[in-house]
Write a protein that binds this ligand. Structure first.
Ligand code: MN3
Length: 200
């Protein structure tokens, strides 16, 4: 894993590849401004601290719950979550098959049931945050949400897939209609081959 200075990862698709659910205009702000700002902030904040010698995952785990390093945690968490978010979407998304479809069936009853439960959780997350599919410490798949920059990585869970439900993720395309955005997101963009790879 790379250490500071961190950089923006290259997107795994063209800026307009996720339209109409996520437009090129949203990508230009979300990736080019918001995500970039977290990278620039963290690179500035770690200078001269022990965090300068750590990779991103170590920074998140060491700074989690440490009030003094809240700013470092927030920016590192947001970089990791966004790196994971871009990979969680695919222009060919939305149709799980094979091992991951079996896992969704045994944990949630089926793909449609999962999609519905995931969208409900994403809508119910109050304010800014993230909706996740994770593998818990007990090995079972579950849906969870985190607020602001928090991440299941800081809580010992294995992340499989994430939807960003900060307003900056959908406002230009859906305005206040988060329920419509997350429904379209999970049905059309969710990258199930990425989730299956993370399943291990
Ligand atoms: Mn975001």
């Amino acid at each position: 894993m790379p250490k500071a200075p961190f950089s923006l990862p290259k997107l795994p698709y063209e800026d307009n590849a996720l339209e109409p659910v996520v437009s090129a205009k949203t990508i230009s702000f979300h990736y080019g401004k918001h995500h970039k700002a977290y990278v620039d902030n963290l690179n500035r904040m770690v200078v001269g601290t022990p965090y300068e010698q750590m990779d991103l995952e170590e920074i998140i785990k060491k700074s989690a719950g440490n009030d003094k390093d809240k700013g470092i945690f927030n920016n590192a968490g947001q970089i990791w979550n966004h790196n994971f978010y871009w990979e969680s979407m695919s222009p060919k998304g939305g149709a799980p098959a094979g091992k991951i479809a079996d896992a969704l069936k045994s944990s949630f009853g089926g793909v449609a049931e999962f999609n519905d439960a995931f969208a409900k959780a994403a809508v119910a997350q109050f304010g800014s945050g993230w909706a996740w599919l994770v593998k818990g410490k007990d090995g079972k798949l579950k849906i969870t949400t985190t607020s602001n920059a928090d991440t299941p990585l800081a809580h010992g869970e294995t992340c499989l897939l994430v939807a960003d439900v900060w307003e900056h993720a959908y406002y230009l395309d859906y305005q206040n209609r988060r329920p419509d955005h997350v429904k379209d997101w999970v049905e059309k963009l969710a990258n199930w081959s990425f989730a299956e790879k993370n399943l291990g």
